[in-house]
Structure formats: C-alpha cells, structure tokens
Design a protein around this ligand. Structure first.
Ligand code: MTE
Ligand code: MO
Length: 198
C-alpha cells in the first residue's frame, strides 16, 4: 500500500495504473477483425497440437469439468483503451498443458473463424493465461469471444484470441494475424510494444 497520493486521471483513477499511452474506458469495446462466429458448445472442442503433431483435445463438457479460477485483471488494447479490474472465470492453461509432452518454445492460438496470434509458450504458463468462459459472472457473449476465449492480460488484448479453438506449439515463432500486418511479435503494454520494432 502506498502512502503517497498518486496523480489522478480521468474519473479518479491513479494514472500510474495505466501503461504508457493508454486511456481508461469504463465500457467494453468490441474489436473483431471479421464476423462473429457462433460456435455451439455441443460441437466446440479445444485442441493442443504439439510440434510432433500429437493432439490433445477437450470437449466443452470436459473443459467445464476441469478446476477453474476466477481472476480479476486489467485489459489493455493496442488501440489505447484500457479497462481495469475485469473479472473472468476459466481454466488456467497450466492445467490444460500439464500433461502435454512438448519441447516447444512458441505457441500460436487459433480461433474459430481463422484468427491467429503468436506468443512464447512461457507466457501461457505460471498463472498468466486462461481459457475463459465467463465474464463478470455471466456466460461470455459471442461478441467478446464466447463460448470461450484465450485470456492473456499481461500482453495487449489482441493476444487474447476470441472463439479460441486451440493452441499449436512449435519451435519457431510464427507471426499470427495482426503480427503479420506489422504489430509487435510480443506486445508488452508496459514497454509499449505496439508495432514491429517498438
Ligand atoms: N478471434 C479473434 N480474436 C480476437 C480478435 C479478433 O478479431 N478475432 N481481436 C483482438 C483484438 S485486436 C482485441 S483488442 C480483443 C478485443 O476483445 P473484445 O472484443 O472482447 O474487447 O480481441 C482480440 N481477439
Ligand atoms: Mo485490439
């Protein structure tokens, strides 16, 4: 706890809570590069594919049967809005990847609809990432990525693939949808890694 009164910003939030160049928003913008896929939970699956081609797959019922966590995290979009203290429920990637045999260093998250985004495998582990299916106590809406999305809040929000269908593991870092279009391969908001070369 700080005894120093921080500088205040906007509606009374300490500016220190926000990464450089971000502003606070109270609503929850929808940012989708294409149409919203409607994926029935009855046919939904989540597949981890390793660098050797081995597949590990969960149905919706199997996902829901795994131990879940409720987390409250801040979201930072590269278009400069940040939303603080959002609450999600989902299964940590640590659980899904626990028995996966891999020597890969990188992951590509893949979505129903074709969206992809890359990140180091290490950033999906150690309590940093979830397959989230509930937002603020309600089922995750399709607009925000339901039935389930990847949630990796320590990176810019484009890394949090909506309508996630799986994670592909590989030895090489392969750029995803926005990364191919010039966005940063890692995307740390606190280092303002918006574009390639930042
Ligand atoms: N499948 C998919 N996931 C996606 C996107 C997308 O277009 N398709 N957009 C990304 C971007 S740029 C952002 S900022 C967030 C937006 O999430 P929201 O619409 O829930 O705010 O989703 C990310 N995940
Ligand atoms: Mo974004």
């Amino acid at each position: 706890m700080s005894i120093v009164t921080p500088g205040f910003h906007g509606r009374g939030r300490p500016a220190a809570d926000l990464p450089p160049g971000q502003y606070l928003t109270e609503d929850f913008p929808v940012l989708s590069a294409g149409p919203t896929p409607r994926v029935p939970t009855g046919s939904w699956t989540f597949t981890v594919t390793t660098e050797t081609g081995r597949e590990y797959r969960w149905t919706w019922a199997e996902l829901l049967a795994l131990p879940a966590e409720t987390v409250t995290v801040d979201l930072h979009c590269v278009t400069k809005w940040s939303k603080l203290r959002t609450t999600w429920r989902g299964v940590p990637l640590d659980t899904l990847l626990a028995d996966v045999e891999t020597a890969a260093d990188f992951a590509v998250a893949e979505s129903y609809g074709g969206y992809t985004t890359n990140l180091p495998l290490a950033d999906l582990l150690d309590g940093q990432a979830w397959i989230a299916y509930s937002y603020e106590g309600e089922d995750l809406t399709a607009e925000h990525g339901g039935p389930a999305r990847l949630l990796v809040p320590h990176l810019y929000l484009w890394k949090s693939a909506k309508w996630v269908s799986g994670i592909r593991l590989s030895h090489d870092d392969e750029p995803g949808f926005w990364e191919t279009l010039g966005y940063h391969e890692y995307g740390d908001p606190w280092r303002e890694q918006r574009y390639q070369g930042d």
